[in-house]
Design a protein around this ligand. Structure first.
Ligand code: ATP
Ligand code: ZN
Length: 226
């Protein structure tokens, strides 16, 4: 499918923790969209910009492969996909445009509260449940810890009680979910906010002009909120 070289395609999360703030940011930059729940693609009514709304996990790959021009994605997912693609020799280039002020969270190691945890070395030989196996193994390698993983795309926090793992490596913002599951946060392995990224290949002149207009607007919005 040949997309227009004149309209900029922006990927954002369809529904989840980044969706509302991503839309708010683009609207604050002056773009108007009318969204139809069932449609992936929405055209801006006042700018040569199209919005693609997808699962957040798909956004880094869509940008790295140049399927979309720019995207808004959590740094945690971005870095996980980058490491995974590096390990499997799939192109993982992108260009970082702006670090945004929403979607803040941390990826942390947590263990059952009854465990006598002294330090990360205690995880040697253990199994850790996570949705982020590459970020986790990258951290463990740097710490010199040898642990295996149980990869779960959801319900990570129930894995220890279910007997699937000894510990978890999961996203945390308040810690309430960990606590509700009898887990205690022990190590922060990655801190994250939403990022605005661009595909690695140069944009057409028309698209570049749109990005050149968008970035100062984003800076203005970020500045006004400080
Ligand atoms: P999708 O259906 O698009 O795959 P998801 O369930 O994977 O959605 P969300 O829970 O909506 O993802 O989280 C999206 C992103 O929001 C996370 O990857 C992270 O960057 C950010 N985030 C901020 N706070 C939290 C939190 N407390 N828990 C999880 N993610 C958070
Ligand atoms: Zn996701």
């Amino acid at each position: 499918v040949e997309k227009s070289s004149k309209r900029l395609t922006i990927a954002i999360q369809k529904s989840g923790r980044l969706s509302k703030e991503s839309m708010k940011l683009l609207e604050a930059c002056g773009y108007k969209f009318s969204l139809h729940e069932a449609r992936l693609l929405a055209h801006s009514s006042n700018q040569p910009v199209d919005l693609l709304r997808v699962r957040d996990d798909d956004i880094p790959g869509l940008v790295m492969d140049g399927v979309v021009d720019i995207g808004i994605i959590g740094q945690n997912v971005l870095e996980e996909v980058r490491l995974e693609r590096a390990a499997t020799q799939v192109n993982n280039d992108f260009s970082a445009l702006r670090s945004l002020d929403f979607g803040g969270c941390r990826l942390s190691l947590a263990v059952p509260k009854e465990d006598d945890y002294q330090g990360v070395q205690d995880l040697n030989g253990k199994r850790i449940a996570t949705t982020y196996p590459y970020l986790l193994q990258d951290y463990l390698r740097r710490q010199g810890v040898n642990a295996s993983t149980a990869i779960l795309t959801g319900s990570v926090e129930v894995a220890p009680r279910a007997g699937l793992a000894d510990a978890v490596c999961d996203l945390v913002s308040t810690g309430a979910t960990l606590e509700a599951n009898g887990l205690v946060e022990k190590e922060i392995i990655f801190t994250s906010t939403a990022q605005l990224i661009q595909r690695p290949e140069p944009l057409s002149a028309e698209k570049q002009a749109i990005v050149d207009q968008l970035l100062p607007r984003i800076d203005g919005v970020l500045m006004a909120k400080e």
